[in-house]
Write a protein that binds this ligand. Structure first.
Ligand code: FAD
Ligand code: JX7
Length: 492
């Protein structure tokens, strides 16, 4: 066969066979820690999770009205969202092939489509001189049209004869005519714009042909606007539609995991302060409020972000510390803007999806659920790196003002006037996380060292996978760690 058969991801009815009943202390109650406890629990291990924050989930964080978060700079926000409104401050979407979907199925977490791409969402490149946003459908029609025109001309003029047979040329020209909606040879393969660009007023009854947007800008202006830079996003194997989200918020996943694990096995507000491998057991010290406590178990699974684990005193060796400290960390931030009306649906006909910009807010997300409801939440920025750090240095009020001032350029006055309340999350300033995700140095001795246990301590987290910045990575890394732990226990 030319194409290898599709291999479904490891199934979620992943089960360790044999019931050895050893004890395991798990550091961190994010997706990796909860998954380790869930899978080990199925096999009869006695697990305890130590989680420093006041809730499980880690980076999987959904904010609802009444939630209170204080960042490393001491800025406290109390989310004022209405009942039923939620904001996924961390993960927001899941690809169909990800093992995350299997866990949703197994745990009974209902999912719905997350609209990752929408022909009616906007593109706005201020630095390219755009004074008005353009709809995705219009931008695509023009870029595909002109690229097709150029390639058709070059092909027909013989510029590609060294690469193409006569049959290839005919087939390529036929493809380009349909792909770009361009004229034929007699029209010089010209792109002159079609209904694909969209309408100022859509067609109606009788003789109402509507008001088509008409002729495209000149080829040079279309390329100068640089709208084409966003088209490849939806080609990514990890971002292509259909994408999914849990109904009611991404934290339905950690909530379901915590319930399955048993909340009595999870200690919250428990900050791990030391890990000592005693040879026959692992001793973990932690702080709960003013109380210092200690826990001894047969094994340990450590799922703290690597740059934080590197700072926890331990006796696992300097090579382990150096390897943990060698994960470059990215910043990311998001703001949730609650509106009293769904003007993006009623006035702009945008039902979900993402507007792309070259502003420092980067992306604007419209909700993929609750269509035609009373109110809704727009993600007013989702940015990374320097843009994220620029926002995380501001107060929550300043962040909102900066995001709204820019959003108005794209959406008009309602972007400000209909706003009710907001909450912003800066991952680089979040205690016990201090970053969004890492860039592992795959293939180095340090990375490979952490794939092995350090004595009785196993490591897991999305940072020990090739799907960093995805819950999938945390799930599979946890499964990998508990599988090798279990093999060792069964062999011993
Ligand atoms: C902005 C953003 C967007 C994302 N988008 C997506 C997406 O759309 N889809 C997707 O699938 N994934 C997405 N991700 C990635 C996803 O959130 C992560 O891959 C996943 O949640 C990582 O889980 P983890 O358990 O490895 O780590 P974490 O969630 O970081 O868990 C580590 C845990 O350790 C705890 N901890 C830290 N220090 C201590 C200590 N001293 N003692 C005890 N506990 C401690 C932390 O509080 C935390 O709960 C996104 C992440 C971010 C930040
Ligand atoms: N550099 C990356 N791995 N990007 C992924 C960004 C985080 C994510 O999963 C999402 O937003 O969907």
């Amino acid at each position: 066969a030319v194409t290898p058969a599709f291999r479904p991801p490891e199934r979620s009815d992943f089960t360790l066979t044999g019931r050895p009943g050893a004890s395991v202390v798990i550091l961190g109650g994010g997706i990796a820690g909860l998954t380790a406890a869930y899978e080990l629990g199925k096999a009869g291990y006695r697990c305890t999770i130590l989680e420093a924050r006041h809730r499980v989930g880690g980076r999987n964080l959904t904010i609802r009205g009444g939630d209170v978060e204080t960042d490393l700079d001491g800025r406290t926000q109390r989310a004022g969202f209405s009942d039923g409104v939620y904001f996924n401050a961390g993960p927001g979407r899941i690809a169909q092939w990800m093992v995350t979907m299997d866990y949703c199925r197994e745990l009974g977490v209902p999912v719905e489509v997350f609209t990752n791409q929408n022909a009616d969402a906007w593109i706005y490149n201020e630095s390219a001189g755009m004074t008005e946003p353009v709809r995705y459908r219009t931008a695509k029609a023009d870029v595909y049209g002109y690229v097709s025109e150029l390639l058709a001309k070059a092909t027909d003029q013989g510029a590609l004869d060294a690469q193409l047979t006569a049959e290839d040329r005919t087939r390529l020209l036929a493809f380009l005519q349909s792909f770009g909606a361009i004229g034929g040879r007699t029209n010089g393969w010209a792109y002159t714009g079609t209904s694909r660009r969209g309408f100022a007023a859509y067609p109606g009854a009788g003789n109402d042909v509507g008001s088509p947007l008409g002729a495209p800008p000149a080829l040079s202006d279309v390329f100068a606007s640089n709208v084409g830079r966003y088209f490849s996003f939806e080609f990514g194997y990890d971002q292509a539609m259909l994408m999914f989200q849990p109904v009611g918020g991404m934290d339905q996943i950690p909530r379901a995991l915590a319930k399955a694990v048993g909340t009595h096995r999870i200690r919250l507000d428990a900050e791990v302060t030391g890990v000592t491998d005693r040879g026959g057991a692992v001793e973990v010290t932690y702080r709960q409020g003013s109380r210092q406590a200690q826990l001894t178990a047969d094994y340990c699974v450590a799922t703290l972000p690597p740059h934080l684990m590197a700072r926890v005193p331990h006796n696992l060796g300097t090579a382990v510390t150096a390897a943990l400290a060698d994960f470059p960390v990215t910043a990311a931030g998001k703001i949730g803007l609650e509106y009293r009306s769904r003007w993006w649906e009623t006035d702009q006909r945008i039902y979900g999806g993402i507007t792309e910009t070259d502003l420092d807010l980067s992306h604007i997300w419209y909700p993929s659920h609750g269509f035609h409801g009373k109110r809704g939440l727009v993600v007013g920025y989702y940015n990374t790196g320097a843009n994220a750090r620029a926002y995380s240095g501001l107060t929550p009020e300043q962040r909102r003002e900066r995001a709204v001032a820019q959003g108005v350029k794209i959406h008009g006055d309602k972007y400000r006037s209909e706003l009710v309340t907001s909450y912003s999350h800066a991952w680089d300033r979040t205690r016990y996380i201090e970053g969004a995700w890492t860039s592992p140095r795959y293939g180095t001795a340090g990375y490979n060292l952490l794939l092995q246990p350090a004595g009785r301590v196993y490591f897991a987290g999305d940072w020990l996978s090739h799907e960093v910045a995805w819950q999938h990575g945390a799930f599979v890394a946890a499964r990998s760690a508990v599988s090798s732990l279990h093999q060792r226990v069964m062999a011993g």
